[in-house]
Design a protein. Structure first.
Length: 431
């Protein structure tokens, strides 16, 4: 806060999309993180930003935070909102995006898919030397709205399988501290133990690599990788996906919780119905492919070659699956088109946060009967949904899935079915 900041008593009008209490005074709108609707608070105000100092009159929806780092650590946006109010707020994030896009579609209740907790986390390490030349390091999560590190000892939203993750991150940081380079370390819980992929050092000399190899043995890590390049693999890190056992590439994308993955896969499988030929677009390592292949032939398309190779190997080694074919392709630049799409009865599309606008336009012009759209961004989901609906699909429902509990993020699965009509009358949205 600047020298111009002042303590003010504020009445919080509403709770905003970014988990901030929103108040108004003579100076305009003020955003106060961790304040709830209906509360009277004392806040240190600087412009339109406020820092909560005291809750004078608490909301009945306020509950105690369960983590001592809450309010400083940027990992959780809101811990003090009671479960029912929290579910209403998070579902409202999706409802607001759909309304903004002028979409009137069935919206289901929020599904809590936190399960046992987060099975992966990104830890950060920063190093400094003081005036006496002594080396100091901080390891933890990023501070809220700042570039500082919150040096943490524990995190209560992690899966118990992540026990030892913070110790592992601290140990790697200690081994590489003399390089004085900032590190980002992704730790993932797998069937075979913890898998750690770090970034920021560039190529390592023999001495540092040997130190990491000895470290992996000492604290029993499954694998350590340097920006995707394996330093030591003591055991192949395996994740279960349906019947398949996938050896995940270093740092590859995974759903945040095992329960979240299972929930999304169930919703997608239900959407595909009895389809026997399915395309899985942005397939990753096969979150949906392996489960869908229990009943259908699946064509998996993904631009990440190591992820696609892992998917292919797992499918090949899993008995009882139907045919799985793969294609390495950047769908953002070269979406599946026309005849490529028309050979499938159903398509699942799970793009990054930017969505899949061009791919959705191609689907809108196709004969594909069912599309399951999966997203982690309500705004781009709504944009893409509008394209499908304009192209002749009816939305049978949208389900919000909360695997990022206490955060601003929410997953969505929407099912779109093509209305029966002559293809000549369908709008071609590619032009």
């Amino acid at each position: 806060m600047s020298q111009q900041s002042l303590h003010r008593k504020l009445i919080i009008d509403r709770f905003g999309q970014r988990a901030e209490g929103i108040a108004r005074d003579e100076g305009g709108v003020i955003y106060v993180p961790h304040a709830l609707a209906g509360e009277t608070v004392i806040a240190e105000v600087d412009g339109e930003r406020g820092r909560l100092v005291e809750v004078v009159e608490a909301s009945p929806d306020r509950v105690p935070a369960f983590c001592s780092y809450y309010g400083t650590c940027g990992g959780c946006a809101i811990q003090v909102l009671a479960p029912a109010a929290y579910a209403t707020w998070k579902r409202g994030l999706v409802a607001g995006a759909l309304t903004h896009a002028k979409l009137d579609v069935p919206l289901g209740d929020l599904i809590d898919a936190h399960g046992a907790g987060r099975r992966r986390a990104t830890f950060h390490a920063r190093f400094t030397r003081d005036a006496l030349g002594r080396l100091h390091r901080e390891v933890g999560f990023m501070q809220a709205r700042a570039h500082q590190i919150v040096d943490i000892e524990s995190c209560p939203i992690l899966d118990p399988a992540m026990a030892g993750a913070i110790e592992a991150a601290r140990s790697v940081a200690k081994s590489l501290a003399t390089l004085l380079k900032p590190l980002d370390m992704v730790v993932t819980a797998t069937n075979e133990g913890l898998d750690l992929d770090f970034r920021g050092t560039g190529d390592l000399d023999f001495r540092h690599q040997q130190a990491l190899i000895e470290l992996a043995d000492r604290i029993d890590l499954a694998r350590i990788s340097n920006h995707g390049r394996v330093v030591i693999e003591r055991r192949p890190p395996v994740i279960d996906m349906g019947r398949a056992k996938v050896v995940v590439p270093p740092g590859t994308f995974l759903q945040a919780t095992a329960e979240g993955e299972a929930t999304l896969a169930r919703l997608v499988t239900e959407a595909m119905g009895k389809a026997t030929k399915v395309a899985d677009l942005y397939a990753g390592v096969g979150t949906f492919t392996h489960r869908l292949a229990e009943k259908a032939e699946v064509h998996a398309v993904e631009s990440d070659a190591p992820a696609l190779k892992a998917l292919e190997r797992a499918a090949h080694n899993t008995p009882g699956l139907r045919t799985v074919t793969t294609e390495c392709r950047d769908l953002a630049r070269r979406p599946l088109m026309g005849a490529e799409l028309n050979r499938f009865e159903a398509v699942v599309c799970d793009p990054p946060r930017a969505g899949a606008e061009e791919q959705m336009r191609a689907l809108a012009a196709s004969t594909v009967q069912v599309v399951a759209s999966v997203s982690c961004n309500a705004q781009t989901f709504a944009r893409d949904a509008a394209i499908l609906i304009a192209g002749g699909y009816a939305c049978e429902g949208v389900t919000p899935v909360d695997q990022f509990r206490h955060s601003l993020h929410v997953e969505l699965v929407g099912t779109f079915r093509r209305a029966k009509q002559k293809s000549a009358k369908r709008r071609n949205l590619l032009g």
